[in-house]
Design a binder for this molecule. Structure first.
Ligand code: SAH
Length: 345
């Protein structure tokens, strides 16, 4: 197994068969070996710096029906909300004071926000905070829309591919959605010039080792600047309510593999990881992650942006989150930096 990890480090790739073997057979010793290597690689490139992104969950309206997601359009019990432009700018103002230099606007696919509205919001943030990066995470659009947001000043875009296997994609999404389109979006975003993030849920329903091997191969081919992974966690009001959550052990191992494969990639230790383990973020950093994305949304709406059950950090305000995080990161020998935290080419 260690020879495969060494080969991944050296060649930045493995065959599908090799990935599958590693995913099926890794044990604690493999995990430790991979984590040490991953951290060494991250430390060599990013030092002990951890980049922070202020996450603004600005709408939980969504036109899609993704089976895993708590805010999908079929969930009649979700209490829907939208933040006004002023509320979004207020989040940025607070975030800026707390040292955030990246704002991530995330939401469901909400038709209320036309391309012009999104472009205007991006533009107003960039005008006020020209030293900050703006990341969008608002789902699948067409090339021209992405171009419009980019021209308005958006720097980065997060769009997890969710799974690189077509049959698996079908089991997670309704007919109206397609993996082909999602992949096209990612390539469009890259072409336009965004720093692009893809990613997947660990332990999503029906996921196989072969599917995961395809995820690694897809990521290697796309060469994204960021990769977001976190455990799948069931939501009580979805058709996957009774499915099992992804595990800490698998998530940490995959973070390490991603770091070893895509050495310079920006790799968040996600909120979902912190939700399944009380020190999940710290463990994620020790496995090779170098980014955290605390919540900047107003406390009043946080519980409503509920993608899965038990989501942590929904009660504290932005300042509390920021200081709690700083302590946690320092406890494992790293520190938060006040910086845009761009990809180091
Ligand atoms: N509408 C945007 C943002 C989606 S939310 C988009 O389509 O990209 C961000 C991510 O949360 C999703 O890409 C998905 O991977 C993750 N997510 C959704 N439901 C989840 C669940 N039940 N458990 C864990 N992660 C989930």
């Amino acid at each position: 197994m260690k020879n495969l990890i060494d080969a991944l480090e050296k060649n930045s790739a493995l065959t599908k068969e090799e990935f599958t073997f590693l995913i099926k057979n890794h044990d604690e010793e493999t995990d430790r070996y991979a984590a040490l290597k991953a951290r060494k690689i991250a430390d060599d490139i990013y030092g002990k710096d951890i980049y922070i992104r202020g996450l603004i969950e600005f709408t939980n309206y969504c036109k899609n029906g993704c089976y895993y997601c708590g805010i999908n359009c079929t969930n009649r019990d979700a209490e829907r909300y939208r933040l006004s432009d002023e509320e979004i700018l207020l989040c940025c103002e607070k975030g800026y004071e707390l040292g955030y230099r990246t704002f991530v606007l995330q939401g469901g696919e909400d038709p209320f926000y036309t391309d012009d509205k999104i472009a205007a919001i991006v533009n107003s943030i960039k005008k006020k905070y020209s030293d900050c990066a703006v990341t969008l995470s608002i789902g699948e659009k067409e090339y021209d829309s992405y171009k419009k947001f980019f021209d308005a000043g958006a720097d980065r875009y997060l769009l997890r591919h969710e799974t690189a296997d077509d049959a698996h994609y079908r089991k997670l999404h309704p007919e109206s959605m397609s993996l082909e389109h999602r992949k096209k979006c990612l390539y469009d975003l890259k072409e336009i010039g965004y720093q692009v993030g893809c990613g997947f849920m660990v332990g999503s329903p029906f996921q196989t080792a072969e599917n995961l091997a395809d995820d690694f191969l897809f990521i290697h081919a796309l060469k994204p600047h960021m990769v977001g992974i976190g455990p799948f966690i069931p939501h009580e009001k979805t058709v996957f309510a009774d499915k099992k959550a992804g595990t800490l052990k698998e998530t940490l191992f995959f973070l390490s593999l991603l770091r070893i494969m895509e050495k310079r990639v920006l790799l968040p230790a996600t909120t979902a990881l912190a939700t399944i383990d009380s020190t999940g973020r710290e463990k994620g950093i020790l496995a090779g992650a170098n980014v955290v994305m605390p919540n900047l949304s107003p406390v009043g709406v946080r519980k409503k942006y509920k993608l899965y059950d038990g989501k942590v950090c929904t009660g504290e305000d932005a300042a509390e989150c920021r200081f709690c995080l700083e302590r946690r990161i320092e406890s494992v020998g790293y520190h938060v930096v006040v910086s845009r935290g761009d990809y180091k080419a």
